[in-house]
Ligand binder design. Structure first.
Ligand SMILES: [Zn+2]
Length: 411
């Protein structure tokens, strides 16, 4: 059994670093406060008997050797950077939960076969340099060109921010894990959605992380004086866009039992003037589903809708694809262990999809992965009011402990 009090002391202590208001935290990646938090957790890792290092991506890693040093590493953890005005639990629960799991294994002198690493990934949130999951993409060789030259609002580059925290951005290569060297990765995270709360259960087992499609749609008509162009002669791009926007909602909600979610969160109107007919409107589409064929079907329906609306209002349109990533399913063997252990713990843990992406999604490209979700209040996250009950958190971490125990003591 994990140590409930120690876990929550850690969570509480860490929330003091970068604290804003009563309950918020503000720890932007690689910043002074983020680094302070990293060193605090490093100290706790060392107290737990782990061998620690901060790699050149800014990841904090604590390692516990197994009996068989040739075995690939079993990795658990999450991130401790936050959004500006973020919450105390996003990432922290999975990071300090992982530490608690390994500390308990060590205290109980459990004979483990695999080496285990607890990892706090650098810059999961992506706020500061507008590109997230930096640490997890780093160790798995998934960084792209120009990544170190990205700048924050103060024009500080990622390279400089890494140098400032003592990392060597010219030696990133040596911190990339060779292929096959990670056996599996498991992450505990607050749900950041309302599903568990609605089902009135503390913990859920994640089936997979849905793949988002990001599009930018631009619709174009004709500007004209709002006072003089008769209604039947208008080519009003905003009127067309508004029909498309409400139609998009109907498309993604047609099956009430599906996991599909679709959002239009940004819209730009040109010339954006009260007495000019809108000539051009650009808006974003975020469409996610765990079922890729359904997602594609809805996307097709959306494009048909665009055609119809454009024709009706005499508009042209363009669709730019900004991102297309496929859903990634959690490994069946990990989910099976989780299911079995959750039953032993008396948790009625349902299976649910993750809409948000996580470091686990990045790891899924190189190894098997699993995730455990903890219920959070009103599904709220990335906000100072984010809240997860400590007993729920302990249940999620206990499930991680039992799952890891089964895996690392076997074979
Ligand atoms: Zn997170």
């Amino acid at each position: 059994m994990i140590n409930h009090n120690r876990l929550h002391n850690h969570i509480q202590e860490l929330s003091k670093i970068g604290k804003v208001g009563e309950t918020g935290v503000y720890r932007l990646a690689h910043s002074e406060l983020d680094v302070k938090a990293i060193y605090q957790v490093k100290e706790w890792m060392e107290a737990a008997g782990l061998q620690t290092r901060i790699d050149n991506f800014g990841n904090l890693i604590g390692r516990l050797e197994g009996n068989n040093p040739d075995k690939p590493v079993f990795m658990i953890g999450s991130h401790i950077d936050s959004q500006p005005y973020g919450g105390r639990f996003d990432g922290t629960v999975g990071s300090l939960g992982a530490l608690e799991v390994v500390q308990t294994l060590k205290e109980q002198q459990v004979q483990i076969q695999h080496p285990i690493e607890v990892i706090c990934f650098a810059d999961e949130e992506g706020t500061r340099f507008n590109k997230g999951t930096f640490g997890s993409r780093g160790i798995t060789g998934q960084l792209v060109d120009g990544e170190l030259e990205r700048t924050d609002e103060q024009r500080i580059t990622r390279r400089q921010a890494l140098l400032d925290m003592g990392c060597n951005p010219d030696q990133l290569d040596k911190d990339v894990y060779p292929e096959g060297s990670i056996e599996a990765f498991i992450e505990v995270h607050i749900e950041q959605g309302p599903v568990l709360e609605k089902q009135d259960v503390p913990v859920g087992i994640v089936s997979g992380i849905s793949g988002p499609v990001w599009l930018t749609v631009t619709m174009e008509g004709h500007a004209g004086h709002a006072g003089s162009v008769p209604m039947d002669q208008r080519q009003d791009a905003l009127v067309g866009a508004s029909e498309v926007i409400s139609g998009f909602r109907s498309i993604v909600s047609q099956d009430p039992n599906a996991d599909t979610v679709g959002t239009i969160g940004n819209i730009q109107v040109f010339p954006n003037s009260r007495n000019v007919i809108p000539e051009k409107v650009a808006f974003t589409i975020d469409l996610r589903d765990i079922d890729v064929s359904r997602r594609e079907d809805y996307e097709q329906q959306f494009k048909q809708l665009l055609d119809e609306v454009a024709e009706r209002h005499n508009l042209t349109y363009q669709v730019q694809e900004d991102m297309r990533s496929n859903p990634k399913y959690c490994a069946d063997w990990i989910k099976d262990v989780m299911k079995q252990e959750s039953e032993k713990l008396g948790l009625q843990a349902p299976t649910l999809m993750s809409g948000p992406f996580h470091d686990a999604l990045v790891l899924s490209n190189v190894c098997d992965y699993g995730m455990i979700f903890v219920r959070c209040k009103d599904g709220l996250s990335h906000h100072p009011d984010e809240y997860a009950n400590e007993h729920d958190i302990s249940k999620g971490v206990e499930l991680l402990y039992q799952t890891v125990y089964q895996i690392v003591t076997n074979d």
